[in-house]
Write a protein of this length. Structure first.
Lengths: 113, 111
């Protein structure tokens, strides 16, 4: 069974640009979660999508947005990039039913120059 | 989200040692998860706990769901060099599908 896949692995942008990160969940998982992990810090919850709908979002500005497609894959978009957006962005997926655990991809390293 | 206190923040291990870390929350959780993250990779699920008092092992790893439902611990027995990494606890409070994560415990091999 293929795990959660994320692309690209690395992304280099400059301030003010826009970034798009992609995530494919484990087959059969309908929920996708996005987290930001800044260097040396823990995981900060960004967004949760299930069945194409945004179910919850963390304490991040509106320039962080995303969507989930009919095949349950997801995109995270970050507009007007700032230096402090440099981080590892992790995607996780799970079955929504019950207390199913989240399984993570290896992340996209976003560097803002 | 909920605040999870994970301790210790870091630890040094010597091969063969048993090590322990724990996580506490300010509210009741119905799920506790433990993950390990190696450099350049995403967190990997180690153990999932769903019932108060539950004790679950995965090889040399053992984790317990605290009876109060507000804490959990992870033990690593007979540690080996590949145990180094960052261990995260995560919990799901009642009536919420969103996980809260601890800040992580960084495990390093003592020279």
């Amino acid at each position: 069974e293929a795990g959660v896949t994320q692309s690209p692995t690395h992304l280099i942008k400059t301030r003010g640009q826009q970034a798009t990160l992609r995530c494919s969940p484990i087959s059969g998982h309908t929920s996708v979660y996005w987290y930001q992990q800044a260097l040396g810090l823990g995981l900060q919850f960004l967004l949760w999508y299930d069945e194409g709908e945004e179910r919850n979002r963390g304490n991040f500005p509106p320039r962080f947005s995303g969507r989930q497609f009919p095949n349950y894959s997801s995109e995270l978009n970050v507009n007007a990039l700032e230096l402090e957006d440099s981080a590892l962005y992790l995607c996780a997926s799970s079955l929504l039913r019950g207390n199913q655990p989240q399984h993570f991809g290896d992340g996209t390293r976003l560097s803002i120059l | 989200g909920q605040q999870l206190n994970q301790s210790p923040q870091s630890m040094f291990i010597q091969e063969g040692e048993d090590v322990s870390m724990n996580c506490t929350s300010s509210s009741i959780f119905n799920t506790w998860l433990w993950y390990k993250q190696d450099p350049g990779e995403g967190p990997v699920l180690l153990i999932a706990l769903y019932k108060a008092g539950e004790l679950t092992s995965n090889g040399r790893l053992t984790a317990q769901f605290g009876i109060t439902r507000k804490d959990s611990f992870l033990n690593i027995s007979a540690s080996i060099p590949s145990d180094v990494g960052i261990y995260f606890c995560a919990g799901r409070p009642l009536d919420d599908y969103k996980l809260s994560f601890g800040a992580g415990t960084t495990v390093t091999v003592r020279a």
